[in-house]
Design a protein around this ligand. Structure first.
Ligand code: ZN
Ligand code: ZN
Length: 163
């Protein structure tokens, strides 16, 4: 398993590997340590966010959206060129080929867990379906909470950090 998160102290992005026995995260940039709450990691399952106090996580396909869009655009351009040269069969083959590649990529890509509150991402975890997919209502709840807590943000975040 691994986690990608923004350090609550220096806001730099970090990527660390995780195991059931991992007890702290350490920022590679400012060396700030974050204690992992007990029971947060259960074997290869993540029960709650390790970086912030949130327990709301959502599962989503780890699909590189830019690549997906690039494939569609490439397919369209390729097929238009073939069309212009009266290569009708090629035109359709390119269009369907790239669409199929898009679909295959989507299917084979793994899923990741993301924290609604701090955006930390967890990969290589098991049983992530229990967290459910993205829910707009939960997202909105956290967005409003974050807006309200902004003046207190420093205090709230620091409560979870080992000095
Ligand atoms: Zn840091
Ligand atoms: Zn979080």
């Amino acid at each position: 398993m691994n986690i990608a998160y923004y350090c609550p102290a220096c806001h730099k992005s970090n990527r660390e590997s995780l195991a059931a026995a991992t007890t702290t995260l350490q920022c590679a940039n400012c060396h700030q340590q974050i204690a992992i709450p007990e029971g947060a990691i259960n074997g290869k399952c993540i029960n709650r966010c390790l970086v912030c106090p949130s327990t709301d996580l959502y599962a989503r396909k780890d699909f590189p959206q830019k690549l997906g869009v690039a494939l569609v655009v490439l397919g369209f351009i390729g097929s238009s060129i073939a069309w212009a040269y009266y290569l009708v069969l090629w035109s359709f083959a390119i269009l369907f080929g790239t669409a199929l590649l898009d679909l295959v990529l989507y299917i084979v890509m793994g899923e990741s867990l993301t924290c609604y509150r701090c955006g930390a991402q967890y990969r290589g975890c098991e049983d992530i379906e229990v967290h459910g997919g993205f829910d707009l209502e939960t997202h909105e709840k956290h967005r409003q909470l974050a807006a309200r807590l902004k003046p207190l943000a420093g205090q709230v975040e620091n409560a979870d950090i080992v000095k």
